[in-house]
Write a protein that binds this ligand. Structure first.
Ligand SMILES: O=c1ccn([C@@H]2O[C@H](COP(=O)(O)OP(=O)(O)O[C@H]3O[C@H](CO)[C@H](O)[C@H](O)[C@H]3O)[C@@H](O)[C@H]2O)c(=O)[nH]1
Length: 337
């Protein structure tokens, strides 16, 4: 019989890719999702339960019914800008909701969790590669909420013997090779999907957020990691917990920075379509440079990126967007008129 794993937020972007990777590794992913932002048709590799992570009784019952040996926890509100305007939502969902989940795990006797954390816990740490020891100073309620959960997990380890690994993602992007699942949000705020939606005539207001950063071309630099690599890191982290690891926190990035203009140039090359690179104002809360030092995940989890070359990210993402939006697309030129 396959080992069942509870996947909160398994109907979302990273969560659904983790389910696909879990299934490929021989596990049975059991999705718990309230479908506030997730998609029912992204749940393809195991059963789904509709409900909230804050509902400890439901969590305990689901873990017990399916015999879940561990948890991957993705369910969260995850937009930096929205967290600044609506912090209560972020602390309630991300911190309060997680407390409900952990209580349910305790009731059911489940002791292993892989937590979806973020590089936003570091705030604006300067231009060098970010290690796990880099000082944490989140500048958004989103980052602060994730940092708080990391602290909660350490305290639950001390008090209750709960074992956890926190995975601090840099910029998740790309889609499954078969274009089965990919990025689909409403509203969409992320660079690559917005650029592609603009090419497909789905949005009219695409702009480069800031061209006056202290970088070589003036645009912000990020570390883009393919969602398939992220998903694989979760499977490795789960295996480490099952192998006896008790606590850990790892940066997950490609270790390479790309500026907004470099990403847009690659999109033009892959799609063969010119982008209108309109310059806009900086977006509040965006630091100039965020690039991971991935050495610790490599040493301790055996994690290396295999799909995170920018060309592969853009190719897979474009296939997904053509499938998701292409048929209904209006030519960009018509919209510009
Ligand atoms: O239409 C757009 C959208 C984005 N950008 C720029 O592109 C870069 C990447 O932006 P994304 O929105 O794609 O990603 P973020 O770096 O803002 O977000 C990522 O990093 C955050 C922490 O900083 C959180 O972890 C978040 O969940 C994660 O997606 C930024 O410089 C942004 O300003 C544009 O120029 N135009």
């Amino acid at each position: 019989m396959k080992t069942a794993i509870l996947v909160t937020g398994g109907a979302g972007y990273v969560g659904s890719h983790a389910c696909k990777a879990l299934a490929a590794a021989g596990y049975l992913p059991v999705v718990l999702d309230n479908f506030s932002t997730g998609h029912a048709d992204f749940v393809r590799w195991g059963p789904q339960v509709k409900g909230d992570i804050a509902d400890s009784a439901l969590v305990a019952e689901t873990i017990t019914r399916h015999g879940c040996a561990g948890v991957m926890h993705f369910a969260a509100a995850s937009l930096v800008g929205e967290s600044v305007s609506n912090p209560g939502l972020y602390y309630a969902n991300n911190v309060g909701g997680t407390l409900g989940l952990l209580e349910g795990m305790r009731q059911a006797g489940c002791r292993s969790i892989v937590f979806s954390s973020t590089c936003a816990i570091y705030g604006d740490p300067g231009t060098g590669p970010i290690t796990e020891a880099t000082a944490q100073a989140p500048i958004s309620p989103y980052g602060a909420s994730k940092q708080m959960v990391e602290r909660v997990l350490r305290d639950f380890h001390t008090a209750h013997g709960l074992n956890s690994i926190c995975l601090r993602y840099f910029n998740a992007c790309g889609a499954s090779e078969d274009a089965e699942i990919g990025e689909m949000r409403d509203p969409e705020t992320h660079l690559i999907p917005r650029a592609m939606m603009s090419l497909l005539g789905r949005i009219r207001d695409f702009a480069v957020h800031g061209s006056d950063y202290p970088t070589a071309d003036g645009t912000a630099i990020r570390d883009y990691i393919h969602v398939r690599d992220l998903a694989q890191a979760h499977v490795l982290a789960l295996g480490a917990l099952f192998g006896g690891k008790k606590l850990g926190a790892y940066n997950l990035g490609s270790g390479r920075g790309a500026s907004v203009l470099e990403v847009l140039n690659e999109i033009e090359r892959v799609t063969g379509r010119p982008m209108a690179k309109v310059s806009g104002a900086r977006r509040a809360g965006d630091p100039p440079v965020l690039v991971a030092d991935g050495a610790l995940a490599r040493q301790e989890l055996g994690f290396t990126t295999r799909h995170s070359a920018m060309s592969r990210i853009i190719e897979s993402s474009w296939r997904w967007h053509l499938k998701a939006h292409g048929a209904a697309a209006a030519p960009q030129a018509a919209l510009a008129a």
